[in-house]
Ligand binder design. Structure first.
Ligand code: HMG
Ligand code: MG
Length: 325
């Protein structure tokens, strides 16, 4: 039997009622790498981000200005960010960074960051574990951050974690998520990213949260979705969000990811899997799938294990069998 040729691209068959263009918010260099135990050299991170930009991604979350002891992998933010200067000038790409507090904001602004993201939690347990604060305490911590960033002309994203379930508290009521989401938006965030931190969401749940947010005055245009793929639901959930009109989707090259402070958080929706679906739907992303896949294969080589993305595996040459096989 002959080996079938790989299928290089999906056939384009548009579906009605979807946005014409999607902005992919690439989180591989931040969410993807923050969970890696072995420290990735700063030069590798810089090359990763340059390669993502060259593949056509226009929003590449670069790093976090958090306490270095809390996320040691991203302790090199001061060294990394200046290496990206050529990407962020006129006509360049957006390089958002995570900032939990005023100390983080000062560090980010000092390096010229123009897009920041605060990151809240819909549940008390994760707020305590991830930020050492209550939900109310974390919102109070973010208030001056958002105020100062906006006064400085920066764009502010508000992440909200545990929107669909929490590993310690279980199901999270939609009304509880909406209350904290509203509070984040009321601080002045430009954009809200709904985090399914542990990947438990399903499409009906996604629709119901989006509708509840709309009912409380949060417009779909200001909402992004951030799905982790623990239970293989990330792409179905994304399609449900697109059908609702969402046009900002977070994804991580190669499906890397996880959160060091949330047990059972695995990789994000893989950017390649997302691009494959969007190309099939005829939705413009501006991303070169081959260049992106090559980037994830290259990074997997640096990390020493294959990418979990199905699309990356399908598009890559098969690795040589290991001696045990
Ligand atoms: P804390 O221990 O309460 O901090 O941590 P503090 O305010 O009490 O300050 C203690 C010391 O830390 C002080 O130094 C501060 O200056 C210093 P000292 O006076 O003792 O010498 N400090 C800092 N140093 C550098 N940069 C800073 C900073 N802040 C304080 N920014 C804190 C509170 C928020 C700092 C800590 O909990 C933290 O850094 N947490 C970050 C956790 C994190 O990054 N988690 C992963 C990202 S969230 C995620 O992945 C979810 C997401 O993907 C969406 C989803 O999937 O759901 C976004
Ligand atoms: Mg995440």
């Amino acid at each position: 039997m002959t080996t079938p040729e790989r299928v290089a691209l999906p056939m384009t068959v548009p579906a009605p009622g979807l946005p014409a263009r999607i902005r992919i918010h690439e989180v591989g260099a931040r969410d993807g790498l923050q969970n890696e135990k072995a420290v990735v050299p700063t030069a590798v991170k810089a090359e990763f981000i340059h390669r993502l930009a060259a593949a056509g991604l226009t929003t590449v979350e670069a790093t976090s200005f958090v306490h270095p002891k809390w996320v040691p992998q991203l302790a090199d933010a001061e060294a990394l960010f200046p290496l990206l200067g050529d990407l962020s000038g006129a006509g360049g790409i957006a390089l958002p960074v995570l900032v939990p507090n005023e100390r983080g904001l000062e560090r980010a602004l000092a390096l010229g960051a123009r897009r920041i993201a605060v990151f809240g939690s819909a549940t008390e347990t994760f707020a305590a574990r991830n930020l050492n604060r209550t939900v109310a305490g974390s919102l109070a911590m973010f208030e001056p951050v958002v105020g100062r960033a906006k006064a400085d002309g920066a764009h502010v994203r508000g992440y909200l974690s545990m929107c669909f379930g929490d590993p310690w508290e279980g199901p999270v009521p939609v009304r509880q998520v909406v209350r904290v989401a509203k509070a984040l938006m009321d601080l002045g965030c430009d954009e809200l990213s709904l985090g399914d931190t542990i990947g438990v969401a399903t499409p009906g749940h996604v629709r119901s949260l989006l509708t509840a947010l709309n009912d409380e005055g949060v417009p779909t245009g200001s909402i992004g979705v951030h799905f982790h793929d623990t239970y293989g639901q990330a792409l179905s959930n994304t399609l449900a969000a697109l059908q609702h009109g969402v046009s900002t989707v977070d994804a991580s090259a190669g499906g890397l990811g996880g959160c060091p402070y949330a047990k059972s958080a695995t990789g994000n929706l893989a950017t390649e899997d997302l691009v494959w679906m969007l190309q099939g739907l005829g939705i413009d992303t501006g991303v070169d799938l081959d260049a992106l896949t090559a980037t994830s294969v290259w990074l997997a080589g640096k990390l020493g294990r294959p990418s979990p993305s199905r699309t990356v595996r399908a598009l890559s040459p098969s690795p040589a069998p290991s001696p045990e096989e």
